[in-house]
Structure formats: structure tokens, C-alpha cells
Ligand binder design. Structure first.
Ligand code: SIN
Length: 526
């Protein structure tokens, strides 16, 4: 058993921003299922939005964020995101973070969907995540200990419910425990629940499932963003084609040459993501193929080096000027409910980044606001923990071994689960299909309070996917309207009666309780 002052689960931008802002007196452990460069953040192409241009302002960035998310926000948190975020970006610049610049030295600012002005900072063209993560990694001090290739499968709580440690499994299936008075979940979203996703394959909502089991409140799980343009080859999505490509002028056309965003939204290709994704999905359902026409973009290869590589690797000849695309799951707007410091309702348990429901994204995240969220909340949480000082922990723990000999359960094939999620709880949902899907999930041999020590290690991942599938499906069934990333074919419009209503889930006495908060309020946890 090892001890630290802070354990961070995950290795994306929020995790690293927390780690580097924690006091060097604190012993910090970062545990990641993959390796330190295996996160969604590392793969981020598009960039970071910040109102740094002379003709921009934090109030414009605030308004665009509210409009994209259809008003389902905690407004004061949105204001904090855009204003604190701007300061953090300026600090990163002065530290030497490698944001792209024009020949004259001014910042190169890109355009993306639903932004009213060019405000997207990027690095290495379309390699923003990689460059930023490399920069943050360089700034970590030696109070950080890395535990890679271990999957946290359970949170350890004392008899008062306080979170005091984690249990993890290594690749060989051996379990070990790590103890700390501060446990930070920065484990990302739920893209891996779906058969088409832009996410790193390791991202299957572990953070949300762990927190739910520990009694944390989960909210807004029905709001899932599908990115409109994933490369689509031989019937499968392969990886992201950044919205920055549309920001540079690429047009969406179908196989008979029609511009598919004509008449759909005044911003056409740069409409909010849920609108573009829905239109591509609808075209594909009508049997049409959809392409990004890149003829008007000069120096495509130079501007988008990693997209160019991905296309070449997948046999796409860019000189023909057309990239085949289809939507895929990209981002979870909801998650574990946090207060402005990153605290959850479970003492000792904190959440930041995509795993958190911070209230800044509403029903649909504005493009390039996610790295910004990780930077803002990572810094805030570190400040809160630093303020508490070292926490004396009196921890007694009985080691519990995973039964490596446990038989695998007959539950589901991961591929089947992902396909069913895509079909029934994907881009366009419908009550009867959601109900049928829920019944399928309910027929699976898992309980909300599984004794994890009795599960075969391979079943733990499936169990987490199942918990998340249940949460998303129940919320999507209950919200009988369309808003942002939640689109119901049987309730096509936004319903004013649902405005600002939030669906919350919590595990109580082994049962999932679900209720409606009538108003989206910022909570303050003790
Ligand atoms: C993109 O490059 O299109 C993705 C950026 C984001 O999700 O904000």
C-alpha cells in the first residue's frame, strides 16, 4: 500500500494543470490507465478558445458559450471560465507555451463553429493537445510520482463515507491500494461507450462510474456531444477531422454535390456542433455519403499536418479535395456534479475536466472550451487543496485481493454494447427505442453495488460501461424535449417547461435514485 497527499486519476490537461499547481510540499501521485501521453487532451487538434484578440471580449466569449449550450448553464461559472481562462492563457504564453503565430509575430487565431469571432489558439497547426501536454509535462516538479498502466477500479471510503484511497489493477490483473486524503478524478468522458467516437479508446467513463458508486451526484448525463466530422472509411470512423478545417472554409457536400448545410442554419458549416452532426446523420440515413470539400483551403498539409497523415494512412487522396466524414461521440457535457472549487458531495473526492459537471457547457459545449475548462478548474482545485495544507490521515485498511480466478460473467460483448448505445442513445433518440435499450441494459447480470473483489478484472471495465449506459439512457428517456446535444425525434423542439431543469442521479441503498432539480444552481460542498 502506498500513500500520498493527493492522488489524481487521469493524465489529461486538467490532471496536469492540477498537479503542476499543487504545492511542492505535497506528495502527488498520478495514476493512469494508459500512459502519460495517452489522453483525449493529447489528441486534441482544434485548440483553446480565449478572448485574447483586440476586437474580442470576455463578454462575447461568454455569450457564444451560452448560445451554443442553449442556456443550460451556471452563468457565473461560464463567466469565470472565460475570464480566468483568458488570464491562464496569457500566463501560459509568458511561460513559453508554443501557440502558433503569424509571420508578423501576432497570434494565429482560428475560427470554429458557433464562435462570433476568430479566437481559437492552436499549436503546431492541428497538434494543440500534444504541444500543450508536452509543455505542461515539462513544468511538473519532482513531488509527482507516476503510476502508469493501472486502472483504478474502486474508491476506498471510511465508515463516514469520506474518500481516502483507491484500488487499482495492473495489466496482469493484480490489485493494489493507494491511500490519500484528496482523491481527484480527472478521468475524462464516456466516448468509448459508443461505436463511433473521436475519443481515445481508453475513455469509457471510469470516473463517472467510480464516483456514482461512491455516492456522488451525477447530472446532465443526457447531453452528449457528437462531433460532426470524423474520418469515415470502409464503414468505420477513424479519427477526428477538426472543426478548424471548416473554420478555414471547408464545405460539407453530399455525393450528388449538394451543400448540405444550405438552409439548415445561417452559420452553415459553422453552426453549433449538434446541428451540423444531426444534418450529416440525417443525410447518411437517407443513403447519402457526406464529404468535407477542402478545395478552397490553401496549404492544407501545412495547416493540418496530423489530419493529413491520418488521411494518407487511411488511403484518402487529398489531391481529390474531398474527405469522407460521419459523426461520432466526442464530449460529455454532464458528469459528476462539482462546486466551483472542484469538490463533490463525497468528502475527499474531487473532479475536474470532462468527468465533471461544472455547469460551463450547458446542453452543448462551445468548440475549444474543453481544454480551457481543464486549465481553469485544475488551477482552482490545486489552490483549494494547497489552502488546506497537509491532512493527517489515520488510515487503517484491510487489503482486499481481486479474485483473479473469478469466472468471467456472461454479460455482453463490448462491440454489441457500443453499437446499441449508438443506435438507441446516440445522435437522434426516440422514446420507444430508449425504453427498449433500457430494458436490455436491465436484463444484464450486474447490480449497482457489485462486490468488485469478486469480479474478473475483464468484467470491471464492462461493469463501468454498464453503469454509465444506465445513467445516460435513463436521463435521455426522462428528458422529453430536444436541447443541445440531446435530440429526441419524438420531441423535436426545446420545451420551455424543461428550461434550466437538471436531471440528477445518485446511488442510495443499492438503488439508482433519479430526480429533477428545478433550477440549475451552483452548489457549495462542505
Ligand atoms: C476540433 O478540433 O474540432 C475539436 C475541438 C473541440 O472539441 O473543442
Amino acid at each position: 500500500m502506498k500513500r500520498a497527499d493527493v492522488i489524481i486519476i487521469g493524465s489529461g490537461i486538467a490532471a496536469l494543470q492540477t498537479a503542476r499547481n499543487l504545492s511542492p510540499d505535497l506528495n502527488v501521485m498520478i495514476i493512469t490507465k494508459g500512459n502519460r501521453k495517452g489522453s483525449n487532451s493529447y489528441m486534441a487538434q482544434g485548440g483553446v478558445a480565449a478572448a485574447v484578440a483586440k476586437d474580442d471580449s470576455i463578454s462575447k466569449h461568454y455569450q457564444d458559450t451560452l448560445e451554443a449550450g442553449r442556456g443550460h448553464h451556471q452563468e457565473e461559472e461560464v463567466m469565470a471560465l472565460v475570464s480566468e481562462g483568458r488570464e491562464i492563457i496569457l500566463d501560459l504564453m509568458s511561460e513559453g507555451a508554443p501557440f502558433d503565430r503569424q509571420i508578423d509575430g501576432s497570434l494565429s487565431l482560428g475560427m470554429e463553429g458557433a464562435h462570433s469571432t476568430s479566437r481559437i489558439l492552436h499549436c503546431g497547426g492541428d497538434q494543440t493537445g500534444r504541444f500543450l501536454i508536452d509543455h505542461l509535462l515539462k513544468t511538473l516538479s519532482d513531488n509527482i510520482c507516476w503510476i502508469e498502466e493501472q486502472m483504478v477500479f474502486d474508491l476506498i471510503q471510511d465508515r463516514n463515507g469520506r474518500c481516502i484511497g483507491v484500488k487499482a489493477l495492473d495489466r496482469a490483473g493484480a490489485a493494489c491500494s493507494y491511500m490519500a486524503p484528496n482523491i481527484v478524478l480527472a478521468a475524462g468522458g464516456t466516448g468509448g461507450l459508443y461505436s463511433s467516437t473521436s475519443n481515445h479508446p481508453t475513455v469509457t467513463g471510469d470516473g463517472m462510474a467510480l464516483a456514482f458508486r461512491a455516492g456522488a451526484e451525477i447530472a446532465d448525463a443526457e447531453f452528449i456531444q457528437f462531433h460532426p466530422t470524423l474520418l469515415f472509411v470502409e464503414g468505420r470512423t477513424k479519427g477526428l477531422i477538426s472543426e478548424a478545417v471548416r473554420g478555414e472554409g471547408a464545405e460539407l457536400v453530399n455525393d450528388i454535390g449538394e451543400r448540405i448545410m444550405d438552409g439548415v442554419h445561417p452559420l452553415r458549416e459553422l453552426a453549433p456542433r449538434h446541428i451540423v452532426a444531426q444534418q450529416i446523420f440525417t443525410q447518411r440515413q437517407m443513403g447519402r455519403d457526406v464529404y468535407l470539400s477542402i478545395d478552397s483551403i490553401t496549404n492544407f498539409q501545412e495547416k493540418f499536418p496530423s489530419i493529413t497523415d491520418m488521411c494518407i494512412q487511411n488511403g484518402i487522396d487529398l489531391s481529390l479535395g474531398k474527405i469522407p466524414v460521419s459523426p461520432g461521440c466526442h464530449f460529455m457535457m454532464g458528469g459528476i456534479v462539482i462546486d466551483p472549487a472542484g469538490r463533490t458531495n463525497v468528502e475527499g473526492l474531487f473532479t475536474i475536466g470532462e468527468a465533471a459537471c461544472s455547469g460551463v457547457h450547458g446542453a452543448n459545449r462551445l468548440a475549444s472550451n474543453s481544454l480551457l475548462e481543464g486549465l481553469v478548474y485544475g488551477k482552482r482545485l490545486a489552490a483549494w487543496i494547497n489552502n488546506q495544507g497537509k491532512h493527517p490521515s489515520q488510515i487503517l485498511l484491510e487489503e482486499q485481493e481481486m479474485k483473479k480466478t473469478a469466472k468471467e460473467k456472461e454479460t455482453f460483448e463490448v462491440g454489441e454494447f457500443q453499437a446499441r448505445m449508438m443506435e438507441s442513445a446516440g445522435i437522434i433518440r426516440e422514446g420507444a427505442k430508449l425504453q427498449e435499450h433500457l430494458e436490455w441494459l436491465q436484463s444484464i447480470d450486474f447490480q449497482f453495488e457489485e462486490e468488485l473483489g469478486n469480479l474478473h478484472p475483464r468484467d470491471v471495465q464492462k461493469y463501468f460501461m454498464w453503469i454509465n449506459g444506465m445513467i445516460v439512457t435513463k436521463a435521455a428517456l426522462l428528458r422529453t424535449e430536444s436541447r443541445g446535444g440531446h435530440i429526441r425525434s419524438d420531441f423535436r423542439e426545446e420545451d420551455p417547461a424543461w428550461r434550466k431543469k437538471r436531471i440528477i442521479h445518485r446511488l442510495e441503498d443499492g438503488e439508482m435514485r433519479m430526480w429533477l432539480d428545478e433550477q440549475i444552481k451552483t452548489k457549495i460542498y462542505a
